[in-house]
Design a binder for this molecule. Structure first.
Ligand code: ADP
Ligand code: MG
Length: 707
């Protein structure tokens, strides 16, 4: 019999006949399918059941194992129904208290029964007690386990006993052979795989739990190295697979690209020109480009994208651009239509909010190859959308899409070139490991004629002065944004996030709603405070056409003060707007504040961004506001964001639900570098070992990592 703190119900999963499917489903939730998955499912911590502690030596708050005899047990009804068992050993007595219990458990606790119990004691009203100890009946001479007991990460309904048994079985059965060449292993002073793994699953009792759990033990180091190596191998393999795959070479005739450059009212910056050169060279290749174009807000990514699209069209192919929100997609659409339609090109528009008839018509024209250029939201990746000759797929703000959506676009244009764009500067190592095989072009300069944005931190208490400042700017012919936190509930529904993430977020947003002023309230208030100005309101719950109408009015300066939620965060471009007020700035993320601030400073006038904050400020909020106040460099801000929040959160990896790096840390630069070098050597000298290593670590998951 196993430890029986788990209810009889939850141990059903252990009987294959009763719930094989359920067990498999629970294991799948933990990513456990193959033997290799099980052996790499490592303990969070350990419990020491190799020793028996005398009751006399029990220390409150310290978990220990005791061997006792039951004196008696009874069900008490005050203050609520509960099972109490008095037990003792030769040194003292103890009370076991169960607030939930099953008759079968009660049966085990009959007077005279010999038990091993495990738990933390504390001083109760009736002396020392343990609430809900793990316990089991044992024979008088039952031997003690020789190893520390591992405690694994698990999921609801999957008991430790089951996991231990399955992992134990996998350890016996699986090939624990080393996948590192011995010379490499010796050079890096890493233990053998089998020894490291056995040690972590079943440590001998003399090992310090603290050292094991701190993950600084050499066994952990070996696991971390292996994980990073698998990642590096996978990157390299993805890279060669891509090189081996065919794509249409988009050979430029420069008829269209030259015409666009000719018609623009500006010259490309040096950064734009060199990014464009890198992209143009990639597009000519007979294998698919996979490039990230990274540039701070306002650095001018759109025109580079337009040039790339034109090169595809020149070569007789179609190009598609997908953006994460309707507003953003529409901005792209309007800008690209304005640039490209004069060149005689049709630009199609495809989003979920189109009338069915218009949408079907657009899909038909795209499918027939009649439209060379298509802009849209994730409506572009619906099943019924088919491209006649897709040569280039561009994804804007790609980190805002889920992994599966990125995969879907990739499948649509399996042989197409891919360009991702991002204004959230992602540190390169992070970009590489989350987006796998990727080349990166960076726009590290802003177009000329921009004036820097001055950032001011102002307390809510001085709101009146801020309103006066808005009034003054607008009377002087300028325009202003007034940004509020989320309005009502789920504003992110227009975004293409995984549905589960949406549910979680909407829960959080509802909270936010209760605490924060809505944009509507602020709008009403500003209308009253600024009676001689034209004030407008835009937020995510407006219909697309309504949003577009408001934005268009702002562009034409028919609206002077635009009250907005974060829908304006990316892409919006109104050079005459030189003042931005962000209300409750302490509630926004760093990257978001930076993006918002990037909406001003686009014209020739000196611009200001006022961050209004409510007192009292929490420590993290204070740290964030300090960063945004002191820096205007997107990369520096991203680094700080990373530091304050951790990489998973930063990049939205948690939304993807993928176990990426479980044990290693990308910040561990030395180990990452060793893994990178080792991957190169192994692929060249020992491809079989490399393949075995990848199989062990990634199994069938590699496809997802490539998205
Ligand atoms: P982002 O990189 O944030 O997407 P955009 O592509 O929207 O930036 O460009 C921001 C603004 O700068 C747009 O109005 C665009 O037309 C303008 N722009 C782009 N490149 C240049 C340039 N080389 N010189 C002047 N203005 C430019
Ligand atoms: Mg943009």
């Amino acid at each position: 019999m196993h430890w029986s703190r788990r209810t009889p119900c939850s141990s059903l999963a252990e009987k294959p006949a009763a719930g094989a499917n359920t067990l498999a489903a629970r294991l799948a939730r933990l990513g456990l399918r193959t033997d290799a998955d099980f052996i790499l499912h490592l303990p969070l911590r350990y419990e020491d059941e190799t020793r028996i502690t005398a009751l006399r030596d029990a220390r409150p708050g310290i978990a220990a194992q005791f061997e006792v005899e039951v004196v008696d047990s009874e069900i008490a009804y005050r203050p609520r129904r509960q099972l109490l068992a008095r037990v003792r050993d030769s040194s003292g007595a103890l009370l076991l208290r169960f607030l939930n219990f099953y008759p079968s458990q009660q049966k085990v606790l009959h007077p005279g029964a010999r038990l091993r119990i495990f738990g933390e004691t504390h001083e109760g009203y009736l002396g020392a007690e343990i609430i809900h100890p793990r316990f089991r009946a044992v024979a008088a001479d039952e031997p003690l386990p020789e190893r520390l007991t591992p405690v694994y990460p698990t999921t609801a309904g999957l008991g430790q006993a089951t996991l231990r048994r399955l992992i134990g079985r996998a350890l016996e059965r699986a090939d624990l052979g080393d996948t590192l060449p011995p010379a490499l292993r010796r050079r890096l002073r890493l233990p053998e795989f089998a020894a490291a793994i056995q040690r972590l699953h079943t440590p001998p009792p003399e090992m310090s739990q603290a050292v094991l759990e701190s993950r600084e033990h050499p066994a952990w180091r070996r696991v971390q190295f292996d994980e990073l190596l698998a990642q590096q191998l996978s990157l390299r393999r993805a890279y060669s697979a891509r090189r081996a795959r065919g794509a249409p070479p988009l050979v430029p005739t420069t008829t269209l690209t030259a015409a666009l450059l000719e018609s623009l009212p500006f010259r490309l910056t040096a950064a734009q020109a060199s990014a464009w050169q890198e992209i143009a060279a990639d597009l000519k290749q007979p294998h698919p480009m996979q490039r990230l174009l990274q540039g701070d807000v306002g650095s001018g990514k759109t025109v580079v994208a337009a040039l790339a699209m034109l090169q595809a069209v020149e070569a007789g192919y179609q190009a598609a651009l997908m953006a994460p929100t309707e507003i953003l997609a529409e901005q792209h659409y309007r800008k690209l239509a304005a640039w490209l339609e004069p060149l005689g090109l049709e630009v199609a528009w495809l989003t979920g909010s189109l009338k069915k008839r218009d949408k079907d018509a657009a899909i038909a024209r795209v499918g027939a190859g009649e439209t060379p250029i298509v802009i849209g939201t994730h409506a572009l990746i619906e099943d019924k959308v088919g491209f006649a000759r897709l040569g280039l797929a561009i994804v804007d703000e790609q980190h805002r899409f889920g992994v599966r959506q990125r995969l879907a676009l990739k499948e649509k244009g399996l042989f197409a070139h891919q360009l991702a764009m991002s204004a959230t500067p992602i540190p390169r190592t992070l970009a590489m490991s989350y987006y796998a095989d990727l080349d990166v072009s960076v726009l590290d300069e802003l177009p000329p004629g921009r004036s820097p944005v001055t950032t001011k931190l102002v307390s809510e208490a001085r709101r009146e002065q801020v309103v006066a400042r808005v009034h003054e700017a607008c009377r002087g012919g300028r325009q202003a944004y007034w940004v509020c936190p989320l309005i009502e509930e789920n504003e992110v529904s227009v975004e293409a996030n995984e549905s589960e993430a949406n549910v979680k977020r909407s829960g959080r947003n509802q909270n936010a709603v209760l605490q924060l002023k809505t944009a509507e309230e602020t709008y009403a208030r500003l209308l009253a405070e600024l009676p001689d100005l034209r004030v407008g309101l835009v937020h995510g719950r407006l219909k697309t056409a309504e949003k577009a109408a408001v934005m268009a009015a702002f562009v034409r300066n028919e609206i002077q003060v635009l009250v907005a939620t974060t829908v304006i965060e990316v892409g919006v471009d109104v050079p005459n707007a030189s003042l931005m007020v962000i209300e409750h700035a302490e509630r926004f993320g760093l990257a978001q504040l930076h993006q918002l601030r990037g909406r001003v400073g686009r014209g020739v006038d000196a611009s200001t961004c006022i961050l209004l904050y409510a007192q009292p400020l929490g420590e993290l909020a204070r740290a964030r506001l300090k960063v945004i106040f002191e820096s205007t460099d997107g990369f520096a801000i991203a680094r700080e964001d990373l530091r304050l929040r951790g990489p998973g959160e930063f990049i939205g990896a948690r939304q993807s639900g993928l176990p990426l790096l479980r044990y290693a840390d990308l910040e561990d630069a030395a180990l990452v570098e060793q893994a990178r070098a080792a991957a190169e050597d192994m692929l060249r000298d020992q491809p079989q070992l490399a393949a075995a290593h990848l199989q062990r670590w990634l199994g069938g998951r590699e496809e997802l990592l490539k998205a």
